[in-house]
Design a binder for this molecule. Structure first.
Ligand code: CKZ
Length: 833
């Protein structure tokens, strides 16, 4: 730990107080790029293109250093209230292009690269995606970080630096294969290791009572295994505003003293093994989106993040405030991204009581005023609970604290509802039974002053269902914060053609104030503008078609309707409904519906589906196989031709979405109503002028309200109808009564899509026909097919479709994370910007 002290700023001979800004003209950029490539990296013309990316990144990084340091210095000052966004996932994707956009140096950088006959676009695509998340929840955290920096909000992101991010998906014979993604192998120019701020995190051991210096009984946690948490800082630049915030990612390492005892005892191998154990903690991201599996290593990750983060915040706090913690709650707030970091509630109590010698009540006052919790899902399988025994072995002191929190909480419940034992059992943080569990969501609610859902319907359903008892006890804690996406990455960066077209008409203020995009409404009837809009969409479709050709070897004709569904593969999202529709269209073609007389009514469609399945989720993996098999049959049938295409895009992720959303005509949002908490892909598509076909679910509802029903294709049962329908759901009868559905199910059953692969889709068929199918897929079949036919007809009227498209973009102002962050700040964080 010798690095710890010698590196602190104050000990340096020179303070380096003024860090001069570097010029950003193209010649200076070119000069630095060349210097980095040749003198720093020792590479020359003809090197692996990754080094060109690295050299350019270092060049650009130099140009944000001054603002980064200055922003940090402001935040370090006494009295600056800060928020900490704690998340096990930050799906930030690529950084280089994003920083170039934020610094507004796109043209200079292009010119500089042209001096070496290099294309900026090609260099940008050399960057590995930082895939430190599964899906929506992780990407939301990344969009939040972008907006906080762009709004100059003092928010620090805290997460884990996984050695292996989300797995790379390969498709072999239609099946998903998972390949490890060693994204750091070639180095990462966007991270700055700061070993001087390392923290120690403890696991295991025992709890002992001792008498402390005031002769009071005091708890110590002894014989624990210690793991070192090393922070890596990632800069998050704001849009054109000289603010650079920090995302601090912890990496696990063995402590330097880790092996002394073992080593002296002669068991060198054991010592190395212990080192290995420590470093495993941040080795890999768990690839489960909205599904739970209760692995010990996952709890270790959660505690590792919570403990290192809280200790780091106290380290900074003590710089200004010494040992006075009385103002801590006034100056600090923690936002917990779902229950994943919720052990922080108990850890903050432990630090305040065991290490800062506070009383329970003082500590609880601070904890319950600084913690805030965001819920992201209603699915029962995603609600985290940990077996008490596992908890006890790993975190004995924290379990004691959870018990004490629970005891005091249940007393409060019994005071409000005397004698209502059932309610106490229901609300207890500890679930009783053969195996006892710690319910993390309840710990989060009890410990927080704010609990929010991520879309209006979702927040309402939380207070009526899952958290009803808690809502009755503390209605004031509950609030809604509808999700958003950042228009910088998802329009300005991803869709430069549309950005230019919009800015020509209404200026470029909309990029940082998306509500201004409403001004586009003046041009919905402007024929010339509509023509340009159509041309931009067509060009974007070309680029998407190129991607599909390269990755799937399927030809998408740009005159067809581009019908897109990209997201994690899960039964509740109902990719199956999409497949059933495709099979239905195929069947119509085979029956001659799309020829002669029928041809006038036919709309050619290219259907794109992409997404990863959790490696252990068998049915989701068979859905991928089904999509690929159906695609094979359809795409190779000469009678089908351009009338219908289906492609499964392998390894969907952030960078792919940057090409996909500008090129989509139709956005598929088909979840069973009441199950998709919000969705955020829906917002990216809308901003880029796609029209949604969707259920009355999550943020779809708010999108529908924003654009009006004439600009949205709504289908299916509503959330309350879904619940009512369960009691009387007979899918077999639906099949009998509906000739189209009957033909589709027949094609599945007779093995038309699995000729030499007997029975591989039996699981899927059984799930569709199961009266207890939780997702009621077939209940929405008729409505979906009919609505898709309306889509097909609407697409024939090009002028009308383009109007709908412009309207969608023009109404997307509300769905910027800038708005979301302003609401978090106004209602929860209350920071000064
Ligand atoms: O959060 C998005 C919403 C989506 C919601 C998603 C989410 O489904 O509707 O738009 C942003 O608010 N993701 C998760 N829960 N809701 C989630 C992600 C990862 C993991 C879990 C849930 C995960 C779990 C449980 C990872 C490893 C183990 C266990």
């Amino acid at each position: 730990m010798s690095k710890n002290k010698s590196l602190s700023d104050s000990k340096c001979a020179k303070d380096f107080a003024v860090l001069e800004k570097l010029p950003t003209d193209s010649d200076s950029l070119a000069r630095d790029f060349e210097r980095y490539l040749t003198r720093h990296l020792g590479r020359f013309a003809g090197c692996d293109p990754f080094y060109r990316y690295e050299a350019l990144s270092l060049t650009i990084r130099d140009r944000i250093m001054t603002d980064w340091r200055n922003t940090w210095k402001v935040y370090e000052q006494k009295g600056v209230r800060k928020a900490y966004y704690m998340s096990l996932e930050f799906l930030i994707g690529r950084s280089l292009g994003n920083h170039i956009l934020n610094l507004d140096i796109d043209s200079q950088t292009k010119e500089a690269m042209n001096q070496f006959a290099l294309q900026l676009e090609e260099i940008i695509t050399e960057e590995h995606d930082a895939g430190l998340g599964n899906g929506g929840l992780g990407r939301l955290a990344a969009c939040f970080m972008d907006s906080c920096a762009s709004l100059k909000l003092p928010v620090i992101g805290y997460g884990l630096r996984y050695e292996y991010g989300m797995f790379r998906q390969e498709i072999e014979n239609g099946y998903q294969l998972e390949e490890p993604d060693h994204w750091l192998r070639d180095g990462n120019p966007w991270e700055l290791e700061r070993p001087e701020y390392s923290q120690i995190v403890k696991f295991g051991g025992r709890v002992e009572w001792v008498t402390n210096h005031n002769r009071k009984p005091h708890v110590v946690w002894v014989d624990a295994t210690e793991v070192l948490a090393i922070p890596y800082d990632v800069p998050i630049s704001g849009y054109n505003n000289h603010t650079v915030n920090t995302l601090r990612l912890w990496s696990a390492s063995a402590t330097s003293v880790f092996n002394l005892d073992d080593f002296n005892a002669g068991s060198y191998a054991d010592a190395v093994e212990a080192k290995n154990d420590a470093e495993h903690i941040t080795m890999v991201l768990y690839p489960n989106d909205v599904s739970e599996n209760g692995k010990e290593l996952r709890l270790k990750q959660q505690y590792f993040l919570a403990s290192a983060t809280l200790q780091d915040v106290f380290r900074m706090w003590h710089l200004n405030e010494g040992s006075d913690n009385s103002q801590f709650a006034k100056q600090n707030v923690f936002q917990m991204n779902d229950t994943h970091p919720t052990i922080a509630v108990a850890e903050l109590m432990r630090l305040l009581i065991d290490e800062k010698y506070m009383s329970w009540n003082e500590a609880w006052a601070i904890t319950s005023q600084t913690m805030a919790y965001t819920n992201h899902t209603l699915l029962p399988e995603a609600l985290e609970k940990w077996p008490v025994t596992l908890f006890e072995n790993l975190l004995p002191r924290l379990l004691q604290i959870v018990y004490e929190i629970n005891a005091r909480f249940l007393e409060q419940v019994s005071r409000k509802w005397p004698g209502d034992i059932e309610r106490q059992t229901r609300m207890s943080i500890i679930e009783e039974g053969d195996v006892r569990y710690v319910r993390m969501a309840y710990l989060a609610i009890v410990g927080s002053f704010s609990v929010n859902g991520v879309a209006a319907l979702h927040s309402k359903l939380l207070t009526e269902g899952l958290f009803r008892d808690f809502y009755e006890l503390w209605p004031e804690k509950f609030n809604n914060k509808t999700n958003g996406v950042t228009p910088r990455r998802w329009v300005a960066h991803s869709n430069p053609l549309m950005t230019e077209l919009i800015s020509k008409k209404i200026g470029n203020e909309w990029i940082s104030k998306l509500e201004k995009i409403e001004q586009l409404k003046q041009y919905v009837d402007d024929e010339e503008f509509a023509e340009h809009w159509f041309d931009v969409k067509t060009e974007n479709k070309k680029q998407l078609a190129d991607l599909i050709k390269t990755k799937c070897n399927v030809n998408f004709d740009i005159n067809s309707l581009f019908d897109v569904q990209v997201k994690r593969i899960h039964e509740y999202k109902r990719q199956l409904l999409n497949v059933l529709h495709v099979i239905h269209l195929y069947n119509r073609i085979k029956r001659g519906d799309a020829e002669q007389g029928g041809a006038r009514n036919w709309t050619n469609r290219c259907v794109l589906i992409g997404g990863k399945a959790a490696p252990g989720y068998f049915l989701a993996k068979s859905i991928i196989k089904l999509i690929n098999n159906v695609a094979d049959v359809i795409n190779n049938d000469p009678q089908v031709g351009d009338k219908l295409k289906l492609a499964f895009l392998p390894n969907y992720g952030v960078s792919k979405m940057e090409i996909i959303c500008p090129g989509a005509d139709l956005s598929e949002q088909t979840s069973t109503a009441g199950k998709e908490a919000s969705g955020t892909g829906n917002m990216k598509f809308m901003m880029n002028g796609a029209i949604t076909i969707g259920t009355y679910d999550g943020a779809n509802i708010e999108i529908l309200e924003a654009v009006g029903e004439e600009n949205f294709f709504l289908f299916g049962l509503k959330a309350d109808e879904v619940e009512a329908r369960r009691k009387n759901y007979q899918p077999e009868k639906l099949v009998d009564k509906d000739a189209d559905l009957k033909r589709v199910i027949y094609l599945l059953k007779c093995g038309h899509f699995n000729s030499f692969e007997n029975g591989i889709f039996d699981g899927i068929i059984a799930s569709l026909l199961n009266p207890d199918d939780p997702w009621l897929t077939l209940a929405d079949f008729r409505s979906y097919i009919d609505t898709q036919e309306k889509v097909s007809q609407a697409y024939k009227d090009r002028a009308k479709w383009v109007k709908m498209s412009i309207n969608n973009t023009a109404c997307s102002g509300y769905f910027s994370t800038d708005r979301t962050m302003q609401e978090y700040n106004a209602d929860i964080w209350k920071l000064d910007s």
